[in-house]
Ligand binder design. Sequence first.
Ligand SMILES: C[S@@+](CC[C@H](N)C(=O)[O-])C[C@H]1O[C@@H](n2cnc3c(N)ncnc32)[C@H](O)[C@@H]1O
Length: 238
Amino acid sequence: MSLVDHDISPQDRDDRRRRSYPKGYGLTFPIADYRPWDIDPEFLALFEAIRSNTKLDVYRAYSLYTLGRQTQKTSGAVLEVGAWRGGSAAILAAVAQPSTVYVADTWKGVVKAGPRDDYYKGGEHADADIGTVKQLFNAVNLTNYQLLPGVFPEESGHAVPSEETFSLVHIDVDVYLSARDATEWVWPRVVTGGTIVYDDFGFYGCEGVTAYVHELMQDPRMRVFPNLNGQAVAIKLR
Ligand SMILES: C[S@@+](CC[C@H](N)C(=O)[O-])C[C@H]1O[C@@H](n2cnc3c(N)ncnc32)[C@H](O)[C@@H]1O
């Protein structure tokens, strides 16, 4: 596998170069030259198996994989809200075994887009279905998962046993209200030291999620790290 195979596609790169960004946005090229995934055969095999089922690039996928491998440091299950075709959920299920991974999606696309969201209007990413997720989990031999179809948390949160707690949560929902509602539902169930990863943080077009994460930075119950790869990571202090 070539080293460049894992980076964004040439077309995606060109599209971004042509974009005219507002103030506060623009392509960034961090001066970093550490590529631990290239020498991690377990990750490479997993990423290859799921890459057509995910929108995550290798950087975010590897961050999630690394955090997933540390879930045993705290007790509890794993939750992903916003699974689309199941790629990132499969990474979590593979590395967090034997913990259960709850996998939530409408499988009808983005919901709850509102005034905080500049780009999303609702219905985006509807090109995924629950059958595709089941097929992927079968293909990579994973059974430690439970699917939660419907708008989360209103239509599917009830299917999570009331005594369940969470060690790691991945919220990848594109818009402000879905990120907020998922966080407020899961927060009392996250163990101290548990971690919530917010995908979309800082992405041009995901201003609602970025704004929500900035609100969380003021919350004394958590420490929030703005990882500048398109994710933010919140750790529960109390
Ligand atoms: C960018 S996709 C997720 C990508 C996926 N994590 C991956 O591996 O590439 C965002 C998903 O969030 C889902 N979504 C947004 N708000 C939701 C909500 N409140 N409840 C359930 N699913 C939601 C959409 O249906 C969509 O499939």
